[in-house]
Design a protein around this ligand. Structure first.
Ligand SMILES: [Zn+2]
Length: 257
């Protein structure tokens, strides 16, 4: 099952043409998407969107860039939603740590992330991580609270060494538009050195435009272009890379099927 494993299709950017965007994705053989949430403000929106569409699944969590002083207290509501294991729920997220753009100081972000990792372990769900300039903090958290059902560093950008630290702790790397930029040579090298069995495909739409599409809204159909770039980078046929990534999605997100 070839899907866009990280796509904010519930965002207002898609209000005018959401169905069309999904159809275009299908025509590019991207058969569905996982819609991560950012916090209580869109939990119900992603649930409703995914329950109304055959090939959409969701994750529930609090994103570090949208976290507030109230976020820790809101975990109780998150726990309640997760405990029902609603249909189409596949992961906790997105959660994580942002060393550039979060309103919360790092110690509070760490606490919030750790609590969400504990919830994931409690309900045997994988975690979608957003990580920016905080790899060492997340690696320490993963040692403190190893993940039972694994997780993915979404939109991975970093060195081969950082990648190997995540891989050693059982995580997957989310491969997105970053690898389409020649200047991202560090990330391109890291991704091509990782086992193909540990990579996931994503776009992070509407963000993270691909090279050549700067300034445009990103869309799930472009996951096919990311895959094309990846297959060129690895010097492997598109179809065999697609097949392995499909299996990876199903292995990590057990509730997809
Ligand atoms: Zn995201």
């Amino acid at each position: 099952m070839l899907i866009d494993s990280h796509c904010h299709l519930d965002f207002p950017d898609f209000d005018q043409d959401r169905e069309q965007v999904l159809n275009c994705a299908r025509m590019s053989d991207i058969q569905g998407a996982i819609i991560p949430s950012i916090g209580p403000e869109n939990w119900q929106r992603v649930i409703q969107l995914c329950q109304a569409h055959h090939q959409l699944w969701f994750a529930l969590g609090i994103h570090p860039c949208f976290a507030t002083k109230e976020s820790l207290a809101q975990l109780e509501e998150l726990e309640k939603l997760l405990s029902g294991l609603p249909s189409k729920l596949v992961a906790v997220g997105e959660c994580g740590l942002d060393g550039v753009n979060s309103p919360l100081p790092m110690p509070e972000q760490i606490q919030l992330c750790l609590e969400q990792m504990r919830l994931a372990n409690r309900f045997d769900l994988p975690v979608l991580f957003h990580i920016r300039k905080a790899h060492h903090h997340l690696l320490a958290l993963l040692d403190r609270e190893p993940l039972k059902a694994g997780g993915v560093v979404h939109g991975f950008s970093g060195s081969t060494q950082v990648a190997s630290e995540y891989l050693r702790r059982g995580l997957y790397l989310g491969v997105g538009g970053v690898i389409t930029y020649p200047r991202a040579s560090k990330t391109r090298t890291a991704v091509s050195s990782a086992p193909l069995e540990r990579l996931l495909l994503e776009t992070d739409s509407p963000d993270m435009p691909l090279n050549g599409h700067q300034g445009q809204r990103n869309e799930p159909q472009r996951a096919a272009l990311v895959l094309q770039e990846l297959s060129q980078l690895l010097d492997l046929p598109y179809s065999s890379v697609a097949q392995v990534l499909s299996q990876n999605h199903i292995r990590l997100f057990k509730r997809l099927s």
